[in-house]
Design a protein around this ligand. Structure first.
Ligand SMILES: [Zn+2]
Length: 289
């Protein structure tokens, strides 16, 4: 096994190579500054692999510790733009996140699988996001809650995330939301899912696999709400991810406009942090059997 820090020109990436080439798996952490569970998990994973507590048997891991390092140093969610909206081939620009996305796309191009570690600023159980075609694989990861059809939403407002980029290149992706920022178990969950992921792909021994407890729930994304006014306010007492909402309930005010549930729905990813004009505020989901 070889561990090479600073792989090529990309800083904070560790290439962990079993010298047994297939597959190459990327684990990304800390695309967003306020989501520190991923970095804690990635650091622990690196240390456990380094000390042979968890040896890798085959393939290569590209472990990215600080995805958006400049924003993190500055203590901001991002410098100019959300890095997780810049994973697009045709994008042009000269600012930091644009340059960083170019470097990271080169990493993704070398991988067959990616796990992107995040956490939520809203109340939520841990969940995983993927596409319909990867659901059988995702079920093996044993996460209670799964959100699918992200790519099929086809919304211009959410293009440019790591998921969409990978979808367009036919690799296998999962975004893991480890829990909300206030939950004590989030880093443990991010670490746990990383081990499950590597174990399913047989990069590490299957004895490292352990399911995450919770009721199984599959949610299909049906629509997205975008902030039109730049001034919004949730009107639900406690906007919690995956809460059911009855038709007609007032969800939020977009400036002076009331936004009510058009039908019975599941509230998905309420963005209570600070959506700007034309950013997503929440998604409308539907429970699947
Ligand atoms: Zn995030």
């Amino acid at each position: 096994m070889k561990i090479v820090p600073k792989y090529e020109w990309i800083i904070w990436l560790y290439l962990i190579d079993s010298e047994n080439p297939w597959p190459t798996v990327a684990i990304f952490s800390w695309i967003h500054w306020d989501e520190i569970s991923g970095i804690r998990a990635a650091k622990k994973l690196l240390s456990d692999i380094r000390t042979w507590k968890i040896p890798i048997r085959k393939g290569r891991i590209m472990l990215l510790i600080w995805a958006n390092r400049k924003a993190i140093k500055a203590g901001k969610r991002y410098m100019r733009d959300n890095l997780n909206r810049l994973f697009i081939d045709e994008i042009k620009g000269e600012w930091y996140e644009y340059e960083r996305s170019k470097e990271l796309k080169e990493v993704l191009k070398k991988c067959e699988y990616i796990l992107d570690l995040h956490s939520t600023s809203w109340l939520s159980v841990p969940y995983i996001m993927t596409e319909k075609k990867h659901v059988p694989f995702a079920k093996k990861l044993w996460i209670p809650t799964m959100v699918v059809w992200w790519g099929q939403l086809g919304s211009a407002f959410i293009t440019g995330d790591t998921d969409g980029y990978i979808n367009s290149h036919w690799w296998v992706w999962f975004t893991f939301e480890a829990w909300d920022h206030l939950s004590p178990e989030w880093a443990k969950n991010a670490y746990r899912i990383s081990l499950n992921y590597l174990s399913i792909l047989k990069l590490i021994d299957e004895s490292h696999f352990q399911e995450i407890a919770g009721d199984r729930k599959y949610v299909k994304m049906e629509n997205i709400y975008i902030c039109e006014s730049g001034a919004f306010e949730f009107r639900l007492p406690l906007p919690e991810n995956f809460q059911p909402i009855r038709k007609g309930v007032l969800i939020w005010m977009d400036g002076n406009k009331e936004v009510r549930a058009e039908k019975d729905m599941i509230l998905v990813m309420p963005n209570i942090a600070n959506p700007k004009k034309w950013e997503d505020v929440f998604f409308i989901g539907k429970l699947l059997k």
